[in-house]
Design a binder for this molecule. Structure first.
Ligand code: GLP
Length: 263
């Protein structure tokens, strides 16, 4: 795992965006795994700016989002399809037909989830999977006890996640208790993982994810099992890492990250 610690939240978002932009430049027809959440809002703003000012080209990209609320389609302002259109897809030159978000309104959720996996396979798998982390340590909506072998499926959300996400709804009681999410096993199949976490409220769970034992109680610890996982943090989210100074040293001296030193 590579851990990159940036001085501020804005710089961590810029680093995350730069890693995504370089993936697109290196492989214009790449398949991106995308994420939602407050952490991603400004990161997507930076990608939009790169598209507008530097011509970052999304025209050949394909995308698969991690998750969606059960019962919501893209017309619902709290759906993740709406979020993606609003923060990214409507503002860059991606072909919307190449963007995918799990179907939360399918009559047969299991069949739709299996179909989602098939579509990912048909695209040759995900080149770069962007991830945030929830307070329970979830990636996507893989709550504690999600099997590391889990695939895309409908899940029930925990009370902690309900408390974390319901303030984003105009009427908090409207937040669904269920979601469809890529599984931990699905996520681990991406060629590269990029998790971005900022702010002090993430410091405890970030330390457990990076330095704690691998456990299905914290699905983000599965990143330790991936051969190419990158975690980008701001100082606040990195505050509880025992090896913080070592990670900074490694990043600074690692030739693989030479082009990223002045971001
Ligand atoms: C939701 C999403 C997760 C995301 C998490 C973090 O729960 N399902 O994929 O990582 O939010 O959200 P935030 O960035 O708002 O802290």
């Amino acid at each position: 795992m590579d851990v990159i610690i940036m001085p501020t939240k804005a710089m961590a978002e810029k680093m995350g965006a730069a890693i995504i932009a370089n993936t697109i430049k290196a492989k214009p027809d790449c398949t991106l795994g995308l994420a939602t959440g407050r952490t991603m809002e400004h990161l997507y703003d930076i990608l939009v700016e790169m598209h507008q000012k530097e011509g970052l080209d999304f025209s050949l990209c394909r995308s698969f989002n991690l998750d969606e609320y059960v019962g919501f389609d893209g017309s619902n302002v709290n759906s993740y399809r709406y979020f993606m259109n609003h923060f990214l897809f409507d503002r860059v030159n991606i072909d919307k037909r190449n963007t995918h978000v799990p179907n939360g309104v399918a009559e047969d959720l299991a069949a739709a989830a299996a179909d989602y996996e098939e579509q990912m396979d048909a695209c040759g798998g995900v080149d770069l999977q962007l991830l945030g982390i929830g307070r329970t340590g979830h990636i996507g909506f893989n709550e504690p006890l999600s099997s590391f072998a889990s695939r895309t499926r409908a899940v029930t959300l925990t009370k902690t996640t309900y408390e974390q996400n319901s303030p984003l709804f105009e009427n908090p009681a409207d937040m669904p208790m269920r979601a469809v999410t890529m599984g931990v096993g699905t996520i681990l199949e991406a060629k590269r993982l990029l998790l971005v976490a900022t702010s002090s409220e993430k410091a405890d769970i970030v330390a457990k994810m990076i330095e704690g034992p691998v456990s299905s109680m914290i699905s983000a610890t599965a990143l330790q099992l991936h051969e190419d996982a990158v975690v980008v943090l701001d100082e606040d989210a990195a505050a509880k890492l025992a090896g913080k100074e070592e990670y900074k040293w490694s990043f600074k001296h690692d030739p693989r990250w030479a082009a990223y030193q002045n971001i």
